[in-house]
Design a protein around this ligand. Structure first.
Ligand code: FAD
Ligand code: EPU
Length: 332
């Protein structure tokens, strides 16, 4: 058994039956032939994955590195290895005066995982810059490249979580970044920064994130545990009558997104603990492990939150993190 404790940001002391390290794209065919038909899980940096208990399958850990830059008249084109660290890549862009990713600074994880849930923060989602995604088809054993327009990007969603789940191992992402940079400053703490440079935005995002979100190096967590639910306008108007201060972001004329953190806080979960697992006292959407927590405690707390939100608000919370049990993904 291989310990996964340091390979996922929640830090539960789980293990995997086996782990396969793939050092280069050229090794894929040979290394993956060992997998046969046994269950496997592709792991980036484990910042959106919680191994709740010992996993009876094989963890596949790729190391596809490299950043290649080319230019068109209007865009910087960057092909980036899937295993490059996301924040280091954002820093690399800042150093090369390629601006656009500053709102997405300090998001943990790899470049390859970024398109999978279409990472987003402070008014930007990564789909804005994805040009193509290269992947290895694990069933056909062939290399493919898919255009951004076919990635079915949505809020924390893409084709890689649906049709291509367990089928595509992402090897690199090709980004197209417009040369005529315009800052995005409409979100929350970035408002009133209209004249800001990319570096100003970068610094502000880093500052806000450091203040609001617990650092996984200090306390185990996986960022937002649940997605922010999207509800229809009729349900929202009904909820507003009972909860006049309910916050919302307009998605369309028919739907709004509600901050799950607000729903969870209203129900008194903020700061609540079950054993070593807690609902973070500074941010209700983040569940944490103080180092002594267990997968069972996490499931108990997450299920209690989900049930309470359903009862009080008639809203179904969906987890954003991947919960992995002994046989694979678990649904709350
Ligand atoms: P992992 O957890 O290793 O994997 C996630 C999924 O991608 C799994 O299903 C895995 O099988 C799959 N996968 C990974 N690599 C590959 C590959 N090469 N090919 C195919 N499948 C692969 N997310 C946001 O969107 N916005 C935020 O602001 C944000 N803030 C966060 C803050 C904190 C403190 C933490 C801990 C997490 C945060 N997250 C945020 C979530 C997380 O950072 C992202 O989901 C990130 O993209 C996960 O990358 P990873 O490499 O760690 O993925
Ligand atoms: N709020 C509370 N209580 C709290 C925290 C927040 O009521 O304890 C309410 C406030 O009304 C606040 C609102 O929630 O204005 C939104 O909070 P925040 O700006 O912190 O954002 P979020 O909706 O909790 C989302 C993403 C984050 C991303 C931030 C910034 C999801 C699920 N989460 O969080 O992404 O960094 O916006 O854009 O969409 C992640 O995906 O892991 C993640 C951290």
């Amino acid at each position: 058994m291989y310990s996964l404790a340091s390979l996922h940001s929640f830090g539960f002391p789980s293990s995997a039956k086996a782990i396969v390290f793939i050092k280069a794209v050229s090794e894929l065919q040979v290394q993956l032939s060992h997998l046969d038909n046994s269950p496997f899980y592709i792991l980036g940096e484990g910042s959106n994955t919680v191994f709740l208990e010992d996993y009876l399958g094989t963890v596949v850990s790729p190391a596809f590195m490299g950043i290649e830059l080319s230019n068109t008249d209007t865009h910087y084109m960057l092909e980036v290895g899937a295993s490059e660290n996301w924040h280091q890549f954002v820093l690399w862009c800042m150093e090369h005066q390629i601006y656009g990713f500053e709102n997405l600074a300090l998001i943990p994880g790899t470049v390859g995982a970024a398109p999978i849930q279409n990472i987003g923060a402070y008014g930007i989602e990564v789909e804005r810059f994805v040009h193509r995604v290269k992947y290895f088809d694990l069933e056909e054993k062939t290399h493919h490249s898919i255009a951004s327009s076919d990635c079915e990007f949505a809020y924390r969603d893409s084709v890689f979580k649906n049709k291509l789940a367990n089928k595509a191992m992402i090897t690199s992402v090709i980004f197209a970044i417009p040369k005529n940079w315009r800052g995005v400053t409409h979100y929350g703490e970035l408002q009133h920064m209209e004249k800001a440079t990319a570096l100003d935005i970068f610094k502000k995002v880093v500052e806000v994130r450091r203040c609001k979100l617990p650092d996984p190096a200090t306390i185990g967590n996986a960022g937002s545990f649940f997605k922010n639910p999207v509800i229809n306008m009729r349900q929202f108007t009904q909820l507003q009558q009972v909860w006049p201060s309910i916050p919302s972001y307009l998605i369309s004329t028919e739907s709004v997104k509600i901050p799950a953190a607000w729903l969870i806080e209203q129900l008194g979960f903020k700061g609540k603990k079950i054993g070593g697992v807690a609902c973070h006292p500074k941010h209700a959407l983040v569940l944490t492990n103080d180092g002594s927590g267990t997968g069972k405690q996490l499931l108990q707390l997450a299920r209690a939150i989900k049930l309470a939100v359903r009862r009080e608000f008639s809203i179904e919370l969906e987890n954003e993190v991947r919960l992995i049990g002994k046989n694979g993904p678990i649904i709350l």
